[in-house]
Design a protein around this ligand. Structure first.
Ligand SMILES: Nc1ncnc2c1ncn2[C@@H]1O[C@H](COP(=O)(O)OP(=O)(O)OP(=O)(O)O)[C@@H](O)[C@H]1O
Length: 336
């Protein structure tokens, strides 16, 4: 568990304290993938850098497991940091060292002198991220996705329990982003480590995160399970992020409904409900007519979900809505 307790952070700029993070408390559970989403300057990097004390909080306490890392002296802090890996947007690899030397670097830094054991561990890590054949290349000879895989292998070298990802896919094309996110999800599953991931894209959150916090100018404006935040965003900033992740035609709210007859409803299906023909059954039984205005079926991490925007007409719309809710479908009225 990572716990932020009444933490806040200001930077000293030209003799003045400028707040970067307003006081907040937050818990990140062991083994979860936790997303932090926000626009540029919202405070995302500051927040994750507090976890390994690359930045010190101005106030409050940060517990990693049972240890208050803000109270540690240098030597135990160095040891605690070895259990926290980090990957970066621009990979931060050593250009003059080969791939395998880059991966071995943190092992040497940790004081390991057994060169054979170091090489064996680095080879094992490279195999894990699918880069064994590139072991003796230099970073400049790799693609962006391959460089990030080296970054991931290096971050895992000392068997961390936490992996911090600072915009790890922002410099990558969509296909490479998907493969790096798949690798992170696999690592999370297999090694059971906690991943804290910063991004400015809701789609990244949707694909890999279990929970998410939305940051807006230094404040956490919303946080919760990704399915809840994604399907029912409350804060305007969250809504904007969600809408950016949806294709134009599926972001129902943006369509003009003034001239569409009927009540405009948005139905959200999760899990098994996504595959059952409940809407057909309920409308048949209640005699309600509907017209589909927008819709999508997709996944939030491993959870299938569907969203439909409908215009519903007939005498029994309220009864139909009740029956839909009873069948586990979430129903929101967008316009009447
Ligand atoms: N070392 C620093 N000194 C002074 N101000 C800083 C420092 N680092 C960050 N800031 C300021 O703190 C605020 C939050 O910055 P931070 O880098 O955490 O945001 P971010 O959400 O990660 O942004 P980006 O997505 O652009 O990286 C910004 O206003 C930034 O200018």
């Amino acid at each position: 568990m990572i716990r932020f307790i009444d933490v806040h952070k200001s930077y000293r700029v030209e003799g003045k304290d400028v707040p970067a993070l307003e006081p907040f408390s937050l818990e990140i559970a062991d083994g979860e993938v936790f997303g932090i989403i926000g626009h540029s300057g919202a405070g995302k990097s500051t927040l994750v850098r507090l976890i390994n004390l690359l930045e010190r909080p101005t106030g409050g306490r940060i517990l990693v497991g049972d240890t208050d890392i803000t109270a540690l002296s240098d030597a135990p802090l160095r040891a605690a940091r070895q259990r926290i890996g980090m990957i970066f947007q621009h990979f931060n690899l050593l250009a003059s060292q080969t791939v395998v030397e880059n991966v071995a670097f943190p092992l040497r830094l940790a004081g390991d002198k057994d060169t054979k054991a170091i090489r064996a561990r680095a080879d094992e890590l490279l195999q894990h991220v699918g880069l064994s054949v590139h072991a003796n290349k230099y970073p400049s000879q790799l693609s962006g996705g391959q460089k990030q895989r080296v970054g991931i292998a290096r971050a895992l070298a000392n068997h961390p329990s936490i992996l911090l990802c600072d915009e790890a896919t922002s410099a990558l094309d969509p296909q490479t982003t998907a493969s790096v996110l798949d690798l992170l999800a696999q690592i999370n599953r297999e090694l059971k480590l906690t991943i804290v991931l910063i991004t400015h894209e809701m789609d990244v959150v949707r694909r890999v995160c279990d929970r998410v916090a939305v940051l807006d100018t230094g404040r956490i404006v919303e946080h919760g399970a990704v399915a809840d935040v994604f399907l029912h965003p409350k804060h305007p900033t969250t809504r904007r992020f969600v809408n950016e992740a949806l294709p134009e035609e599926a972001a129902g709210e943006r369509l003009p409904y003034e001239h569409v007859p009927g009540r405009i409803m948005r139905l959200s299906f999760r899990g098994e409900a996504t595959w059952s023909p409940t809407l057909g059954r309920v409308t048949r039984e209640t005699g309600v007519d509907f017209n589909i205005l927008a819709g999508r079926i997709d996944r939030i991490k491993d959870l299938p979900y569907g969203q439909l925007t409908l215009a519903m007409q007939g005498a029994n719309v309220d009864a139909a809505l009740r029956a839909l809710r009873e069948a586990g479908i979430e129903v929101e009225e967008l316009a009447r």
